[in-house]
Design a protein around this ligand. Structure first.
Ligand code: ZN
Length: 300
């Protein structure tokens, strides 16, 4: 009798479940899946396996194909911003890739990373260029599973690194300077509510710096997100003024925050390799990024 009764109950339970999900809000709050850090680490390993990836190299072109394939698989709307940069090495082809998720209308949030590596012998840029790009690809996988309620654009910036050994204002950030000007020329700046820049995030025991050039209110959201997740020990325990891609966007009026770990001992050396990185660091930074976006979306 019990079994028979439950058999008759099943259709009712299923119908109730269906109506509950139909009346639930269309969009869930963004949340980091447990696989996020490992996935970001694995994408980084795939990129590093291509070898040094400076603009104009064959490995860079293979990396572009790799990134575009995964973004298409995730259903992103892709915009390519191609241009030729005048550099001390002569003209170089540059390619910013914009992957758009969520609705077309409304205020836009951007998460960005540079994906080029510096022109240095035997330099594969596991942390510098690799890690934040791998994490951005993992975030694309999350946004496929969790369609956001606002437009979220993942931006892969080219040409962050100086072509010469020394960084200068004119020899660096070719991609971000070009894209920021393009956003300004298209009248997009008022629609872009904020930008989170990821750079060098895979270091074991990651320590994200509080950058004094970044937008303070956006940093407050990041700090709140870290606190809510229990990751405050990894976020903003040290501070300094950082030159990075976010400055080009700040200059055109887009609120921007740089999340970067400059304590990395292997920066710009051939020892910047996968063995220095930890999937847990990817998990921490990825989760803080998603929680920050969730808090920003919740404030409307
Ligand atoms: Zn670098």
């Amino acid at each position: 009798m019990g079994a028979r009764a439950s058999l008759f109950l099943w259709p009712a339970v299923l119908a109730l479940g269906a109506s509950l999900s139909a009346s639930a809000p269309a969009f869930a709050r963004l949340r980091a899946p447990a696989w996020l850090g490992q996935r970001g680490y694995e994408y980084t390993r795939d990129l590093v396996a291509l070898g040094p990836r400076p603009p104009g190299s064959a490995a860079h072109r293979r990396m572009e194909t790799f990134i575009l394939d995964r973004l298409r698989r995730d259903g992103a709307e892709i915009e390519s911003d191609r241009f030729t940069a005048a550099t001390p090495r002569g003209p170089l082809p540059e390619h910013n890739i914009i992957a758009k998720f969520g609705p077309k209308a409304g205020g836009i949030w951007i998460v960005a990373s540079h994906y080029d590596t510096k022109f240095l012998p035997r330099f594969v840029g596991a942390d510098d260029g690799g890690s934040s790009t791998g994490l951005l690809l993992a975030l694309a996988d999350v946004l496929k599973e969790q369609p956001p309620q606002s437009p979220i654009w993942l931006v892969f910036l080219d040409g962050e690194e100086a072509v010469n050994k020394e960084w200068t204002d004119t020899d660096s950030r070719y991609g971000s300077r070009h894209l920021a000007q393009k956003f300004a020329a298209e009248g997009l700046v008022p629609r872009i509510r904020g930008l989170i820049l990821l750079d060098m995030i895979g270091n074991k025991g990651v320590q994200l710096e509080r950058d004094t050039n970044s937008t303070p209110w956006l940093q407050d959201f990041v700090a709140s997100a870290a606190r809510r997740l229990g990751y405050s020990a990894s976020v903003f325990q040290i501070s300094g003024a950082i030159d990075d891609d976010h400055q080009a966007f700040l200059q055109v009026g887009i609120p921007s925050v740089d999340l970067i770990d400059l304590t990395y001992k292997y920066w710009h050396t051939p020892q910047d390799t996968m063995d220095k990185l930890s999937p847990r660091s990817f998990q921490i930074v990825g989760a803080v990024t998603l929680e920050t976006l969730a808090l920003l979306e919740a404030q409307g």
